[in-house]
Design a protein around this ligand. Structure first.
Ligand code: PLP
Length: 380
């Protein structure tokens, strides 16, 4: 049986006619960049995320970058984040000329640990501490980070909060949606996210009207009005075609999210029935609404062998992420050493993402669990 990590073909069949009609209209009109399709999507996403404003941008990575730029972050500043995330989170910080500062994650959710953020802040000297201008919690795998204590720390030290919600559109924490709790929320429409475009795209949610205006200016090279520049921005624009496709998909998102959550519950039942709960750590569902962009398990040993066995059986899986960011060569100048963030380092060695996409069938899930059970049996 073939069980890919993600299969978008079934989803496309359900929206194909609408997508082709929208594409034809855009091709006929020959207006490709920003415009009414993007403005429509911005209103829809702001409403969906229960945020005041949204600004369509070129990718989730650029969403992070433009927020840091809007906040005026640059050389001499520090920005605190998790070392256990997609590279873009810390990459955006480095691209502004600011210095990434890491704190460890929580063992069960893999999200930034408020206690460790506190420790890191307290261990900095006075000058360093006041140079930490922003905090970027990542809602990893689709579950919100522990926002209340993180927001309290940010308030204490006057840090801007930029939520990296690229994997978490529609995730909830104590009644709030991801992206609406901090000053900014960053989303990605990369095809493998829960709400994906047919190419690159992203969006920023923002609560302050002044920051909203600033983001819109930065998105077009800082021009305001045209050809007049008080700021240096970039080309962070979203295409009309991508915006139209995301708008077509958005009304289906809650149904797809429920299907992912259903699949997660079914995995829990199947792993329990196979008596594997003691040997495999399943994702914890701690916050209000985990949207399961990934269903990530952890095994004590043999993660890479298990991945190989799954691949040979036709089951897709992936390691998110094999090297924590503080140990990446490009960040060696920061001076971090192995052992400094033990929880993140352990996660990088033991975790594995399994297929959880909405259209996954019960028999496919059975097959995934059976394949793992067989491997664990042989493994002793
Ligand atoms: C995907 C992702 C990004 C980057 O989004 P792109 O649209 O691919 O640039 C940033 N942060 C996290 C946590 C992501 O998963």
């Amino acid at each position: 049986m073939n069980v890919p990590l993600l299969d978008l073909k079934a989803q496309y069949q359900g929206i194909k006619n609408e997508v082709l009609a929208a594409a034809e209209e855009i091709f006929e009109r020959q207006q490709f960049i920003l415009g009414p399709r993007v403005e429509k999507l911005e209103k829809e996403i702001a409403q969906y995320c229960r945020s005041r404003f949204a600004v369509g941008v070129s990718s989730g990575s650029d969403a992070l970058l433009i927020c840091l730029m809007a906040d005026g972050i640059g050389p001499g500043d520090r920005v605190l984040t998790t070392p256990y995330t997609f590279f873009a989170t810390a990459g955006a910080i480095a691209r502004t000329g600011a210095t990434p500062v890491f704190a460890d994650i929580e063992e069960d959710t893999y999200n930034l640990s408020p206690a460790d953020v506190k420790r890191v802040m307290e261990e900095l000297d006075e000058a360093e501490r006041s140079s930490v201008k922003a905090l970027i919690p990542v809602h990893l795998y689709g579950q919100c980070a522990e926002m209340e204590p993180l927001l309290a720390i940010a308030r204490q030290y006057k840090m801007t909060v930029i939520e990296d919600a690229a994997q978490a559109i529609g995730a909830e924490y104590r009644g709030n949606r991801a992206g609406a709790m901090g000053d900014f929320g960053c989303f990605s429409f990369f095809p493998s996210k829960n709400l994906g475009a047919f190419g690159d795209g992203g969006i920023v949610t923002v609560q302050s009207e002044a920051l909203y205006e600033r983001l819109r200016i930065l998105r077009g090279h800082g021009a305001h009005p045209k050809y007049v520049h008080h700021l240096v921005g970039g080309n962070f624009r979203l295409d009309a075609l991508q915006a139209a496709i995301v708008s077509i998909k958005l009304p289906h998102l809650d149904r797809w999210t429920e299907a992912r959550r259903h699949n997660a519950r079914r995995y829990r039942r199947l792993f329990a029935e196979a008596s594997l709960e003691d040997r495999i750590r399943l994702p914890v569902d701690r916050q209000d609404r985990h949207i399961y962009n990934q269903f990530v398990i952890a095994v004590d040993s043999g993660r890479d062998e298990l991945r190989q066995v799954l691949a040979e059986a036709g089951v897709g899986s992936e390691v998110y992420y094999p090297i924590p960011l503080h140990l990446q060569e490009c960040f060696s100048y920061l001076g971090y050493k192995p052992g400094q963030f033990p929880v993140a380092e352990k996660a990088a060695l033991h975790t594995l993402a399994l297929p959880v996409y909405p259209e996954l069938s019960e028999s496919q899930q059975h097959y995934v669990v059976e394949t793992i059970a067989r491997y664990m049996g042989e493994d002793g």
